[in-house]
Design a binder for this molecule. Structure first.
Ligand SMILES: Cc1cc2nc3c(=O)[nH]c(=O)nc-3n(C[C@H](O)[C@H](O)[C@H](O)COP(=O)(O)OP(=O)(O)OC[C@H]3O[C@@H](n4cnc5c(N)ncnc54)[C@H](O)[C@@H]3O)c2cc1C
Length: 437
């Protein structure tokens, strides 16, 4: 039996940043990771020409201060993301492919309606204190409401509803009809307080060395990271915690940091923490998404004045330029079943055919493609946290809190998934655990 001060379960950005701070604070730490690699939802592969291609999380924004600080500490480089790509955005619906700021199916009255609902959204966002969301007097009403209902209540036209849903297909975090208005507004409030999803706050930067390099660099500095070691059971007690791996090994520690996504967390047999906490943890859910990436020898989309950014009602809900000549795409939850249920060769051909509808024939001839079915990966079971109407209250104020010697972190313990959530909660869990020593 191995004993250590703290056992960290999961070597994603959350578990690794918790372990890093714990070690820096003088604790002995063992990290247990199910997969044969670290990084979790950040993962990269390298092309023969040296380009590092991201198959998971990629971009961050100005509001992601914990992540940005960590990147600086690790000596890595931040560069502008796709926001500097020249050209115009493309929107694809079955009846039209439009290049330019507004799609052809949005009329002048629709644009006026869009601006009206944006102003209404802004008022809701301003009423939420991101530091204390559960104190919001309107929590119950807004959490019961879907974003779609809120928009309809504020007079959104059918085309405006469609435009909002298109954005959500592109973000792959679930339709506006299945998203809590409170969760939606809280996310904007945390990002900095504007009504719509603000790219500068959420997506304007990326790590030049590759976002998965952040995880690899943290892991390289840690004393004890055990790969291919899935955990099945956690027993928590103030006199000593015990963690059992699926291979039957038992490890003991003074404290446990749980740093796995909502789905894998539900699969664990956890005892010694309150029923309220387990109920809260297990009530979380994920939006299921897949990522499709195609690498080309050059950014051919520029030839037609396009920036490779697209929002679409097709199986690929969005595309964006990951880096020079590399096209990223997300398959949203609403399209996941049809994508995952298709043989790999056919779904690749269909994804490339959609890219060709967006950007022309050169899209059909990539150097290489990759598909990552994150939704049905046993160690992720999703993509980012999903908050359906009623979920914020059901998960409740225990969300993102700890029950020493049991600590939780991970992007699901923040407002909306994202790498910032992983790093922020990982560091907070380490600080909380160190304060108890
Ligand atoms: C396709 C995709 C695109 C994304 N794009 C962005 C983006 O552009 N910007 C952004 O900010 N965020 C993005 N995200 C979200 C972001 O990547 C994640 O929120 C973040 O990386 C999660 O980190 P984490 O440590 O909380 O969880 P994870 O990275 O999921 O790490 C959890 C770890 O726990 C391990 N584990 C699970 N179960 C067990 C077990 N039983 N025993 C031991 N180990 C276990 C897993 O293998 C994994 O390594 C994206 C995610 C995906 C999937």
């Amino acid at each position: 039996m191995t004993s250590t001060d703290v056992l960290v379960i999961g070597a994603g950005l959350a578990g690794l940043s918790a372990a890093r701070d714990l070690e820096a604070g003088g604790a002995s730490v063992t990290v247990l990771e199910a997969r044969a690699r670290v990084g979790g939802r950040v993962e990269q592969v390298e092309l023969p020409d040296g380009r590092r291609v991201q198959l998971g999380g990629e971009v961050v924004g100005d509001a992601h201060t914990s992540y940005l600080g960590l990147v600086a500490d690790l000596g890595l480089t931040l560069v502008p993301s796709y926001v500097v790509e020249p050209g115009a955005i493309t929107r694809q619906v079955p009846e039209a492919v439009d290049v330019g700021p507004w799609p052809s199916w949005l009329t002048e009255p629709d644009i006026a309606s869009y601006e009206h609902v944006e102003a209404a959204l802004q008022k809701v966002v301003a009423g939420i204190d991101p530091a204390d969301p559960f104190a919001s007097p309107d929590l119950h009403r807004l959490d019961q409401l879907s974003v779609g209902d809120f928009l309809r209540d504020n007079g959104a036209t059918a085309a405006v509803l469609r435009a909002f849903d298109l954005v959500h297909l592109s973000l792959a975090d679930g339709s506006i009809e299945r998203q809590s208005m409170f969760a939606y507004a809280r996310k904007q409030a945390v990002g900095g307080g504007t009504a719509a999803y603000d790219v500068a706050e959420w997506e304007n930067q990326r790590v030049a060395e590759g976002s998965a390099t952040v995880a690899l660099r943290m892991a390289a500095g840690l004393a004890d990271v055990r790969l291919s070691t899935p955990v099945s059971r956690v027993r928590v007690a103030t006199g000593g915690c015990a963690v059992t791996t699926t291979a039957g090994e038992e490890l003991t520690a003074d404290a446990v940091v749980l740093a796995v996504p909502a789905g894998p967390a539900r699969d664990l047999d956890i005892t010694g923490v309150s029923d309220e906490r387990l109920t809260s943890l297990r009530r979380q859910r994920h939006a299921w998404a897949a990522k499709f990436v195609a690498a080309y020898d050059r950014p051919f989309w520029r030839d037609a004045g396009q920036n490779a950014l697209a929002e679409s009602e097709g199986v690929l809900g969005s595309t964006w330029p990951q880096q020079e000549g590399v096209l990223s795409a997300l398959v949203p939850p609403e399209r996941y079943a049809v994508f995952a249920a298709t043989d790999p060769q056919t779904r690749t051909a269909e994804a490339l055919a959609q890219a060709a509808q967006l950007y022309g024939e050169p899209a059909l001839a990539p150097l290489q493609t990759w598909t990552r079915l994150w939704g049905t990966d046993p160690w992720t079971q999703g993509y980012v946290t999903s908050w359906r109407p009623g979920d914020v209250e059901a998960v409740g104020p225990l969300h993102g809190t700890h029950e020493p010697p049991f600590y939780v972190c991970g992007s699901d313990q923040w407002v909306a998934g994202y790498m910032e959530g992983a790093v922020r909660t990982g560091r907070a869990a380490a600080a909380a655990a160190l304060s108890q020593r």
